[in-house]
Design a protein around this ligand. Structure first.
Ligand code: UDP
Ligand code: MG
Length: 329
């Protein structure tokens, strides 16, 4: 399927669009998508996920779906957040190429063909970069620069704009990624860790005309916390003992040093045990070491339950030859 897509340059494209109170934007967006993809050759679907909107977004979507079979709509029972909406859309997508984009017209559907042609050059992930971003400087652009630098450094995958929703993914590189919290922005890093070939392109970005943004500065903190989780999961998820055990050993080493120092001070300088905090520190670090090592063992058990209980592989296969379709080896 993969090779096929590259040869023909056409296959189904799934656009995934999370929607939260975007009633004025939707009709414009739908006609922009239609214009961008008319005559493009590839078949496409646009999956709109209504994330508990309180305005007329849902009736607008239902109406559009009646007239246009490529408009597919999912209605959430309540507001679960943009990441959940994206996850639902991805789970329902049938396309070989999956392109999430915002519903607020900030992303430009005219860019879709650019993404597709990059994918046809053989990339698995094409990340959008809002080089000329039309958002507030202090509350959005500066935190975003810092966050991108940090994410790039920590994940080791250097992209200018993790926060840009508009990206293209080959289905197979993200189909097993489970999304929590604010984690949709880390999808390119996940995919790259599992061997996806990744690049970025500059996309058009427009100021929001209708409705208002749903986020403020607090999102940056959530993103940074999620980043810690992602980093831990990526480096240590299959071997948590290496992380906890390491911290445990460092504590143990410090505990020994402080214990030896206390003994040395008493024997050679006649400073009694109780006149320095060192014995307390020794006990404290010693206990910490034991705690960390036990925590590591516990985490190892959880990891085994996670993988074995749900039969999840700890790898991702790119292609297979001479296997039956169903065989998993
Ligand atoms: N969105 C959503 N659920 C939410 C918040 C936002 O589905 O709880 C959607 C929103 O409708 C838009 C996209 O996510 O299509 C990005 O949101 P927004 O434009 O507010 O973010 P910003 O562009 O300001 O980062
Ligand atoms: Mg926006």
């Amino acid at each position: 399927m993969n090779a096929n897509l590259r040869r023909n340059g056409t296959n189904m494209i799934s656009l995934i669009i999370p929607v939260y109170n975007e009633e004025e934007n939707l009709p414009i967006l739908i006609s922009e998508i239609e214009m961008a993809l008319a005559g493009f050759g590839a078949s496409f679907e646009a999956i709109f996920v209504n994330d508990g909107s309180r305005d007329q977004s849902w009736p607008v979507l239902v109406q559009a779906a009646k007239n246009k079979p490529w408009v597919k709509v999912i209605n959430f029972r309540k507001n679960f957040g943009q990441t959940a909406a994206l996850a639902a859309g991805i789970n329902h997508a049938r396309g070989e190429i999956i392109i999430p984009l915002d519903a607020d017209l900030q992303n430009d559907p005219q860019d879709i063909p650019l993404f597709i042609s990059k994918m046809n050059e053989g990339y698995d992930v094409v990340s959008g970069w809002r080089k000329h971003r039309q958002d507030k400087m202090l509350s959005r652009k500066i935190p975003s620069w810092l966050a991108n630098a940090l994410i790039s450094k920590i994940t080791g995958i250097h992209l200018h704009d993790y926060g840009c929703t508009m990206k293209a993914y080959r289905r197979e590189v993200i189909k097993d990624v489970k999304l929590y919290g604010e984690m949709h922005r880390f999808m390119p890093a996940y995919a790259a860790w599992f061997g996806a070939k990744t690049t970025e392109i500059i996309v058009n970005h427009r100021a929001r005309k209708f409705g208002k943004t749903k986020y403020g500065i607090s999102r940056t903190f959530k993103v940074v916390l999620d980043l810690l989780v992602v980093k831990f999961l990526s480096n240590y998820f299959t071997k948590p003992m290496h992380f906890f055990g390491k911290v445990g050993f460092y504590s143990l080493a410090l505990s020994l040093c402080s214990g030896l120092l206390a003994v040395y001070l008493r024997e050679w300088h006649h400073i009694s045990f109780i006149s320095t905090p060192l014995p307390l520190l020794t006990v404290f670090l010693g206990l910490l070491a034991i705690q960390f090592i036990l925590l590591g063992l516990l985490a190892e058990m959880l990891t085994r339950i996670y993988y074995e209980g749900q039969d999840k592989p700890t790898y991702l296969v790119k292609e297979k030859i001479n296997f039956d379709n169903n065989s998993e080896q």
